[in-house]
Design a protein around this ligand. Structure first.
Ligand SMILES: CC(=O)N[C@H]1[C@@H](OP(=O)(O)OP(=O)(O)OC[C@H]2O[C@@H](n3ccc(=O)[nH]c3=O)[C@H](O)[C@@H]2O)O[C@H](CO)[C@@H](O)[C@@H]1O
Ligand SMILES: C=C(OP(=O)(O)O)C(=O)O
Length: 429
């Protein structure tokens, strides 16, 4: 087990290239199972969530050829086998195997998904959608069983705007008989990306990216090639790091429109930030950043996945900031760790009150989840001395080549093996 060491105080400058979106990749790989010939996905991020999904696909008979940032999935030999609990629990998006297997075989059995622990993350809306399409869904001893004689299109109103439920229902509905309408659908760019892939496979989907998606089911879908959109959350993380530490940083291969809510908040704080077609340019700032209030919302609002990283920037800004997470009720595990580093932050309910402008000091901290890890890396870049971050496997779920990319910008960070004693301490903490 590794820990990540970050030596603070080194300014960032230069260019960083952003990879493909994790939250697209993890849906596109299961989507490929719906085709009757190979699907090639390009611009795949090199992250552990992608590896785990590829292993799941191979476990049920799929052939996966992973070469750099391209993956070809041959789904022809896939069988409707149960999916092993262990791997499924390592990530959230293994739930997309339900929609894909249901669409293809009219049945699936799969362990309950894992992913970041951010408070309760039910999947009732996914199940509501599958049931509306005609599936019988049962939950037995921690596994979900889905079975349908046939899938028939339906009108489904989501009680909660859910990215996962929207995509999962799309995956099953593209192979259902007749028309499905998803109302109150999520509008994240990754949903459009999944719809683009499915359309290239021959699916008939209209309205992805709006809150009403209309799908006309097809009997057959074919293989195709697809390139993933850039990861707006990875991009946002580097933009925030640059705002904390940058002199002149270009964050390349992004879709700036996907980052509007972040860029607007940075503007409000006094960060010098600019963009063109596929890059965002940040000029770092000194002590003149102003605290701001932020509320996370569904897209196009401020993304919850940047709530934790941006908290580290707000800890630097002068004055008081309040950040409220309306999506998750317990996404604040990074706050105790930031406090260990000297930040002055209080949590009340779904809000964190940040009294900014305090100097941060390197400390031993624990990444409890993916974006908590990102927040701690950013804090470590700003802090005096060395910050030691454990729980690095969370970071590896979603950031490709984090050290290399940050080192390329002038940061100083490295991995060290944890001693047995440290590993024991981590397990019991
Ligand atoms: C793999 C992936 O794409 N993960 C993203 C996806 O997660 P995920 O798809 O899990 O998130 P959802 O959009 O489904 O969840 C949003 C909210 O709805 C609630 N909910 C969701 C489904 C459901 O059936 N019932 C229910 O109550 C959740 O508890 C949460 O409070 O969108 C989240 C919100 O942008 C992001 O933080 C995650 O990075
Ligand atoms: C919450 C996240 O991921 P997941 O849904 O995969 O746990 C995230 O990417 O910030």
């Amino acid at each position: 087990m590794d820990k990540l060491m970050v030596e603070g105080g080194h300014p960032l400058h230069g260019e960083v290239q952003i990879g493909g979106a994790k939250n697209s990749a993890v849906a596109l790989i299961p989507a490929a199972l719906l085709a009757d010939s190979p699907v090639t996905i390009d611009n795949l991020p090199n992250i552990s969530d992608v590896e785990v999904l590829a292993e799941l696909v191979e476990h049920i008979g799929g052939r996966v050829n992973h070469n750099g940032d391209a993956m070809t999935i041959d789904p022809r030999q896939v069988m409707p086998m149960p999916l092993p609990n262990g791997r499924v629990k390592q990530m959230r998006a293994s739930y997309y195997m339900m929609g894909a297997m249901l669409g293809r075989f009219k049945k699936a059995s799969i362990g309950l998904p894992g992913g970041c622990n951010l408070g309760p993350r039910p999947i009732d809306q996914h199940i509501k959608g599958f049931e509306a399409l005609g599936a019988v869904v049962t939950n037995e001893q921690g596994s979900i069983y889905l079975r349908a004689n046939e899938l028939v299109g339906a009108k489904i109103y989501l009680d909660v705007v859910s990215v996962g439920a929207t995509i999962n229902i799309m995956l099953a509905a593209v192979k259902a008989k007749g028309k499905t309408i998803i109302e109150n659908a999520a509008k994240e760019p990754e949903i459009i990306d999944v719809a683009t892939l499915l359309s290239s496979m021959g699916a008939d989907i209209k309205g992805a990216g709006t809150d009403v998606i209309r799908i006309e089911g097809k009997e057959k879908l074919k293989g195709c090639a697809h390139s993933i959109i850039p990861d707006r959350i990875e991009a946002g993380t580097y933009i925030i790091a640059a705002a904390c530490m940058g002199s002149d940083v270009a964050v390349q291969n992004v879709i700036p429109d996907h980052l509007e809510s972040l860029i607007a908040k940075l503007d409000e704080m006094g960060v010098d930030v600019d963009s063109d077609d596929d890059a965002v340019y940040v000029k770092g700032s000194n002590n003149r950043l102003k605290g701001v209030d932020i509320k996370t919302l569904v897209h196009p609002g401020f993304p919850t996945d940047l709530q934790q990283p941006v908290t580290s920037l707000l800890a630097k800004a002068q004055g008081t900031s309040i950040i409220t997470d309306t999506i998750y009720n317990a996404r604040f595990k990074h706050i105790d760790e930031l406090r260990r580093m000297g930040a002055d932050i209080k949590v009340e309910g779904r809000s964190a009150m940040i009294n900014g402008g305090k100097r941060l000091e390197g400390a031993r901290v624990k990444a409890s989840d993916l974006r908590a890890g990102a927040a701690l890396v950013i804090a470590g870049l700003m802090a005096d001395g060395v910050t030691e971050i454990t729980g690095v496997h969370h970071i590896d779920r979603g950031y490709e080549s984090l050290e290399e990319k940050l080192k390329g910008l002038g940061a100083k960070l490295w991995r060290e093996k944890m001693t047995e004693e440290e590993q024991e301490q981590l397990k019991s903490s």
